[in-house]
Design a binder for this molecule. Sequence first.
Ligand code: GUN
Length: 306
Amino acid sequence: MPEILDGNRVRDEIKAELKPRISTLTAKGRPPGLAVVLVGSNPASEIYVRNKVKTCEDLGIHSETLRPPESVTTGELLATIDALNARDDLDGILVQLPLPPQVDSKRVLLAVAPAKDVDGFHPCNVGNLVAALPGPRPCTPAGIMELLKRYRIPVAGKRAVVVGRSDIVGKPAALLLLHEHATVTICHSKTADLAGVCREGEILVAALGRPAMITADFIRPGAVVIDVGTTRVTDRALAARVFRNAADKLASFDKRGFALMGDVDPVDVIEKASAYTPVPGGVGPLTIAMLMANTVAAAERRAGLC
Ligand code: GUN
Protein backbone atom coordinates (compact mmCIF):
# COMPACT_ATOMS: atom_id res chain seq x y z
CA MET A 1 0.00 0.00 0.00
CA PRO A 2 1.32 3.50 -0.80
CA GLU A 3 2.01 6.03 1.94
CA ILE A 4 -0.83 8.50 2.45
CA LEU A 5 0.47 12.08 2.66
CA ASP A 6 -1.78 13.49 5.37
CA GLY A 7 -2.38 17.20 4.81
CA ASN A 8 -4.38 17.60 8.00
CA ARG A 9 -1.43 16.39 10.07
CA VAL A 10 1.03 18.72 8.35
CA ARG A 11 -1.44 21.61 8.66
CA ASP A 12 -1.65 21.01 12.41
CA GLU A 13 2.16 20.96 12.67
CA ILE A 14 2.45 24.24 10.76
CA LYS A 15 -0.26 25.86 12.90
CA ALA A 16 1.46 24.70 16.11
CA GLU A 17 4.74 26.24 14.90
CA LEU A 18 3.02 29.55 14.11
CA LYS A 19 1.43 29.93 17.56
CA PRO A 20 4.53 31.09 19.49
CA ARG A 21 5.44 33.50 16.68
CA ILE A 22 1.93 35.00 16.87
CA SER A 23 2.24 35.26 20.67
CA THR A 24 5.54 37.13 20.31
CA LEU A 25 4.02 39.57 17.80
CA THR A 26 0.98 40.10 20.01
CA ALA A 27 3.16 40.72 23.07
CA LYS A 28 5.25 43.23 21.13
CA GLY A 29 2.30 45.31 20.01
CA ARG A 30 -0.60 43.69 18.20
CA PRO A 31 -1.58 40.38 16.59
CA PRO A 32 -1.00 39.86 12.86
CA GLY A 33 -3.86 41.29 10.80
CA LEU A 34 -5.35 39.92 7.57
CA ALA A 35 -7.99 41.54 5.36
CA VAL A 36 -9.95 39.27 3.04
CA VAL A 37 -11.85 40.80 0.13
CA LEU A 38 -14.69 38.55 -1.01
CA VAL A 39 -16.67 39.93 -3.95
CA GLY A 40 -20.23 38.66 -4.43
CA SER A 41 -21.37 35.25 -3.26
CA ASN A 42 -19.60 32.51 -5.22
CA PRO A 43 -20.41 29.41 -3.09
CA ALA A 44 -16.92 27.86 -3.34
CA SER A 45 -15.27 31.21 -2.45
CA GLU A 46 -17.67 31.61 0.50
CA ILE A 47 -16.49 28.26 1.90
CA TYR A 48 -12.79 29.04 1.34
CA VAL A 49 -13.13 32.44 3.01
CA ARG A 50 -15.10 31.03 5.95
CA ASN A 51 -12.32 28.49 6.54
CA LYS A 52 -9.62 31.17 6.27
CA VAL A 53 -11.40 33.38 8.81
CA LYS A 54 -11.96 30.45 11.17
CA THR A 55 -8.28 29.47 11.03
CA CYS A 56 -7.31 33.07 11.83
CA GLU A 57 -9.59 32.90 14.89
CA ASP A 58 -8.02 29.57 15.99
CA LEU A 59 -4.56 31.10 15.83
CA GLY A 60 -5.25 34.56 17.27
CA ILE A 61 -4.72 36.38 13.96
CA HIS A 62 -6.98 39.41 13.55
CA SER A 63 -9.06 39.11 10.37
CA GLU A 64 -11.60 41.30 8.61
CA THR A 65 -13.75 40.31 5.66
CA LEU A 66 -14.86 42.99 3.20
CA ARG A 67 -17.77 42.03 0.99
CA PRO A 68 -18.22 44.31 -2.02
CA PRO A 69 -21.27 43.43 -4.18
CA GLU A 70 -21.04 41.28 -7.33
CA SER A 71 -21.61 44.52 -9.35
CA VAL A 72 -18.44 46.22 -7.98
CA THR A 73 -16.29 48.08 -10.52
CA THR A 74 -12.52 47.86 -10.94
CA GLY A 75 -12.24 51.46 -9.72
CA GLU A 76 -14.19 50.75 -6.53
CA LEU A 77 -12.06 47.71 -5.76
CA LEU A 78 -8.86 49.68 -6.39
CA ALA A 79 -10.07 52.28 -3.87
CA THR A 80 -10.85 49.54 -1.32
CA ILE A 81 -7.37 48.09 -1.72
CA ASP A 82 -5.69 51.50 -1.46
CA ALA A 83 -7.43 52.00 1.88
CA LEU A 84 -6.28 48.57 3.11
CA ASN A 85 -2.71 49.23 1.92
CA ALA A 86 -2.65 52.41 4.01
CA ARG A 87 -3.73 50.73 7.27
CA ASP A 88 -0.99 50.13 9.81
CA ASP A 89 -2.93 47.43 11.66
CA LEU A 90 -3.10 45.11 8.65
CA ASP A 91 -0.18 42.96 7.48
CA GLY A 92 -1.88 40.96 4.74
CA ILE A 93 -4.50 41.51 2.04
CA LEU A 94 -6.10 38.65 0.19
CA VAL A 95 -8.45 39.19 -2.74
CA GLN A 96 -10.39 35.98 -3.17
CA LEU A 97 -10.45 34.81 -6.80
CA PRO A 98 -12.22 34.53 -9.15
CA LEU A 99 -13.45 38.12 -9.48
CA PRO A 100 -16.56 38.92 -11.59
CA PRO A 101 -15.96 39.36 -15.33
CA GLN A 102 -16.36 43.16 -15.36
CA VAL A 103 -13.41 43.51 -12.97
CA ASP A 104 -9.85 43.73 -14.31
CA SER A 105 -8.33 41.10 -11.98
CA LYS A 106 -4.72 41.80 -13.00
CA ARG A 107 -5.08 45.52 -12.14
CA VAL A 108 -6.61 44.62 -8.80
CA LEU A 109 -3.81 42.18 -7.89
CA LEU A 110 -1.25 44.78 -8.99
CA ALA A 111 -2.79 47.29 -6.56
CA VAL A 112 -2.07 45.17 -3.46
CA ALA A 113 1.11 46.45 -1.79
CA PRO A 114 3.78 43.76 -2.41
CA ALA A 115 4.62 43.72 1.34
CA LYS A 116 0.98 42.85 2.14
CA ASP A 117 0.57 40.35 -0.73
CA VAL A 118 0.08 37.16 1.31
CA ASP A 119 -1.03 35.23 -1.79
CA GLY A 120 2.24 35.94 -3.62
CA PHE A 121 0.29 37.01 -6.72
CA HIS A 122 1.76 40.52 -7.21
CA PRO A 123 4.15 40.63 -10.20
CA CYS A 124 6.91 41.82 -7.81
CA ASN A 125 6.54 38.66 -5.79
CA VAL A 126 6.18 36.52 -8.91
CA GLY A 127 9.56 38.02 -9.89
CA ASN A 128 10.95 37.18 -6.45
CA LEU A 129 9.81 33.60 -6.94
CA VAL A 130 11.33 33.31 -10.41
CA ALA A 131 14.64 34.76 -9.14
CA ALA A 132 14.52 32.65 -5.94
CA LEU A 133 14.60 35.83 -3.85
CA PRO A 134 12.81 36.04 -0.49
CA GLY A 135 9.11 36.87 -0.61
CA PRO A 136 5.70 35.29 -0.12
CA ARG A 137 5.09 32.19 -2.22
CA PRO A 138 1.63 31.23 -3.54
CA CYS A 139 -0.02 29.20 -0.79
CA THR A 140 -0.98 25.96 -2.53
CA PRO A 141 2.43 25.35 -4.17
CA ALA A 142 4.16 26.35 -0.91
CA GLY A 143 1.96 23.79 0.88
CA ILE A 144 2.97 21.09 -1.59
CA MET A 145 6.66 21.79 -0.88
CA GLU A 146 6.03 21.65 2.90
CA LEU A 147 4.31 18.30 2.48
CA LEU A 148 7.21 16.86 0.45
CA LYS A 149 9.73 18.23 2.95
CA ARG A 150 7.96 16.99 6.07
CA TYR A 151 7.48 13.51 4.59
CA ARG A 152 11.17 13.56 3.62
CA ILE A 153 10.43 12.91 -0.03
CA PRO A 154 13.59 13.65 -2.02
CA VAL A 155 13.11 16.21 -4.78
CA ALA A 156 16.67 16.98 -5.98
CA GLY A 157 17.50 15.12 -9.17
CA LYS A 158 13.96 13.73 -9.57
CA ARG A 159 11.80 14.03 -12.66
CA ALA A 160 8.82 16.18 -11.63
CA VAL A 161 5.84 16.63 -13.93
CA VAL A 162 3.30 19.37 -13.22
CA VAL A 163 -0.01 19.03 -15.05
CA GLY A 164 -1.71 22.43 -15.29
CA ARG A 165 -0.23 25.86 -16.01
CA SER A 166 -2.25 28.25 -13.86
CA ASP A 167 -0.64 31.31 -12.27
CA ILE A 168 -1.95 30.16 -8.86
CA VAL A 169 -0.71 26.55 -8.83
CA GLY A 170 0.95 25.04 -11.91
CA LYS A 171 3.54 27.72 -12.76
CA PRO A 172 4.65 28.47 -9.18
CA ALA A 173 4.71 24.76 -8.25
CA ALA A 174 7.01 24.09 -11.20
CA LEU A 175 9.35 26.91 -10.12
CA LEU A 176 9.49 25.77 -6.49
CA LEU A 177 10.29 22.21 -7.59
CA LEU A 178 12.97 23.58 -9.93
CA HIS A 179 14.52 25.57 -7.07
CA GLU A 180 14.74 22.30 -5.13
CA HIS A 181 16.70 20.85 -8.08
CA ALA A 182 14.02 18.68 -9.68
CA THR A 183 14.01 18.29 -13.45
CA VAL A 184 10.64 19.83 -14.19
CA THR A 185 8.16 19.47 -17.04
CA ILE A 186 4.98 21.54 -17.19
CA CYS A 187 2.24 20.03 -19.30
CA HIS A 188 -1.44 20.77 -19.84
CA SER A 189 -4.63 19.86 -21.67
CA LYS A 190 -3.10 20.64 -25.08
CA THR A 191 0.10 18.61 -24.51
CA ALA A 192 0.59 15.85 -27.10
CA ASP A 193 0.64 12.41 -25.44
CA LEU A 194 -0.23 13.87 -22.04
CA ALA A 195 -0.33 10.40 -20.44
CA GLY A 196 3.14 9.58 -21.77
CA VAL A 197 4.59 12.85 -20.44
CA CYS A 198 2.94 12.30 -17.04
CA ARG A 199 4.36 8.76 -16.88
CA GLU A 200 7.85 10.27 -16.83
CA GLY A 201 7.12 11.88 -13.47
CA GLU A 202 8.69 10.44 -10.35
CA ILE A 203 6.79 13.28 -8.72
CA LEU A 204 3.48 14.04 -10.43
CA VAL A 205 1.55 17.18 -9.47
CA ALA A 206 -1.99 17.19 -10.88
CA ALA A 207 -3.52 20.66 -11.01
CA LEU A 208 -5.86 20.75 -13.98
CA GLY A 209 -9.24 20.89 -12.25
CA ARG A 210 -10.65 17.94 -14.21
CA PRO A 211 -12.06 15.31 -11.89
CA ALA A 212 -10.36 11.89 -12.00
CA MET A 213 -8.69 12.63 -15.33
CA ILE A 214 -5.33 11.23 -14.23
CA THR A 215 -5.85 7.48 -14.52
CA ALA A 216 -3.49 4.49 -14.24
CA ASP A 217 -1.86 5.08 -17.64
CA PHE A 218 -0.70 8.56 -16.50
CA ILE A 219 1.08 7.30 -13.38
CA ARG A 220 4.61 5.93 -13.34
CA PRO A 221 4.80 2.90 -11.03
CA GLY A 222 6.14 4.09 -7.68
CA ALA A 223 5.50 7.80 -8.36
CA VAL A 224 4.72 10.31 -5.63
CA VAL A 225 1.36 11.75 -6.70
CA ILE A 226 0.20 15.15 -5.47
CA ASP A 227 -3.45 15.84 -6.28
CA VAL A 228 -4.38 19.52 -6.17
CA GLY A 229 -7.85 19.12 -7.68
CA THR A 230 -10.97 19.42 -5.54
CA THR A 231 -14.09 19.46 -7.69
CA ARG A 232 -17.64 19.16 -6.33
CA VAL A 233 -19.03 16.47 -8.61
CA THR A 234 -22.84 16.38 -8.81
CA ASP A 235 -23.02 13.77 -11.60
CA ARG A 236 -23.94 10.54 -9.81
CA ALA A 237 -22.94 8.33 -12.76
CA LEU A 238 -19.44 9.87 -12.74
CA ALA A 239 -19.15 9.41 -8.97
CA ALA A 240 -20.32 5.79 -9.24
CA ARG A 241 -17.78 5.05 -11.98
CA VAL A 242 -14.84 6.79 -10.31
CA PHE A 243 -15.56 5.33 -6.86
CA ARG A 244 -16.21 1.86 -8.40
CA ASN A 245 -19.71 1.81 -6.93
CA ALA A 246 -18.28 1.80 -3.37
CA ALA A 247 -21.35 1.73 -1.11
CA ASP A 248 -20.02 4.18 1.50
CA LYS A 249 -19.04 6.76 -1.14
CA LEU A 250 -22.39 6.51 -2.89
CA ALA A 251 -24.30 6.74 0.39
CA SER A 252 -22.37 9.93 1.17
CA PHE A 253 -23.09 11.25 -2.34
CA ASP A 254 -26.82 10.52 -1.95
CA LYS A 255 -26.89 12.28 1.42
CA ARG A 256 -24.99 15.42 0.34
CA GLY A 257 -25.84 15.56 -3.36
CA PHE A 258 -22.19 15.80 -4.40
CA ALA A 259 -18.79 14.17 -3.97
CA LEU A 260 -15.43 15.90 -3.70
CA MET A 261 -13.13 14.54 -6.36
CA GLY A 262 -9.49 15.16 -7.11
CA ASP A 263 -7.85 15.27 -10.52
CA VAL A 264 -6.42 11.78 -9.93
CA ASP A 265 -8.40 8.56 -10.08
CA PRO A 266 -8.61 7.55 -6.41
CA VAL A 267 -8.43 3.79 -7.03
CA ASP A 268 -5.74 3.79 -9.72
CA VAL A 269 -3.42 5.96 -7.61
CA ILE A 270 -3.47 3.42 -4.77
CA GLU A 271 -2.49 0.69 -7.22
CA LYS A 272 0.42 2.57 -8.82
CA ALA A 273 1.87 5.27 -6.56
CA SER A 274 4.38 4.92 -3.72
CA ALA A 275 2.82 7.90 -1.93
CA TYR A 276 -0.16 10.15 -2.65
CA THR A 277 -2.32 12.94 -1.28
CA PRO A 278 -5.96 11.96 -0.70
CA VAL A 279 -8.89 14.23 -1.64
CA PRO A 280 -10.12 15.57 0.68
CA GLY A 281 -7.40 15.78 3.35
CA GLY A 282 -4.29 16.14 1.20
CA VAL A 283 -3.23 19.44 -0.35
CA GLY A 284 -6.42 21.35 0.58
CA PRO A 285 -5.68 21.95 4.28
CA LEU A 286 -2.17 23.19 3.48
CA THR A 287 -3.30 26.15 1.38
CA ILE A 288 -4.82 27.84 4.42
CA ALA A 289 -1.90 26.87 6.66
CA MET A 290 0.51 28.56 4.25
CA LEU A 291 -1.71 31.65 4.04
CA MET A 292 -1.41 31.90 7.82
CA ALA A 293 2.38 31.40 7.54
CA ASN A 294 2.63 34.16 4.91
CA THR A 295 0.55 36.49 7.09
CA VAL A 296 2.74 35.86 10.14
CA ALA A 297 5.91 36.38 8.07
CA ALA A 298 4.51 39.67 6.69
CA ALA A 299 3.71 40.81 10.25
CA GLU A 300 7.22 39.90 11.43
CA ARG A 301 8.80 41.88 8.60
CA ARG A 302 6.55 44.85 9.40
CA ALA A 303 7.46 44.64 13.09
CA GLY A 304 11.14 44.48 12.20
CA LEU A 305 11.51 41.00 13.72
CA CYS A 306 13.20 39.50 10.69
N1 GUN B 1 -9.11 31.10 -5.33
C1 GUN B 1 -8.73 29.81 -5.42
N2 GUN B 1 -7.53 29.63 -4.81
C2 GUN B 1 -7.16 30.83 -4.34
C3 GUN B 1 -6.02 31.29 -3.60
O1 GUN B 1 -5.08 30.54 -3.28
N3 GUN B 1 -6.01 32.61 -3.29
C4 GUN B 1 -7.01 33.45 -3.66
N4 GUN B 1 -6.90 34.72 -3.32
N5 GUN B 1 -8.07 33.06 -4.33
C5 GUN B 1 -8.14 31.76 -4.67
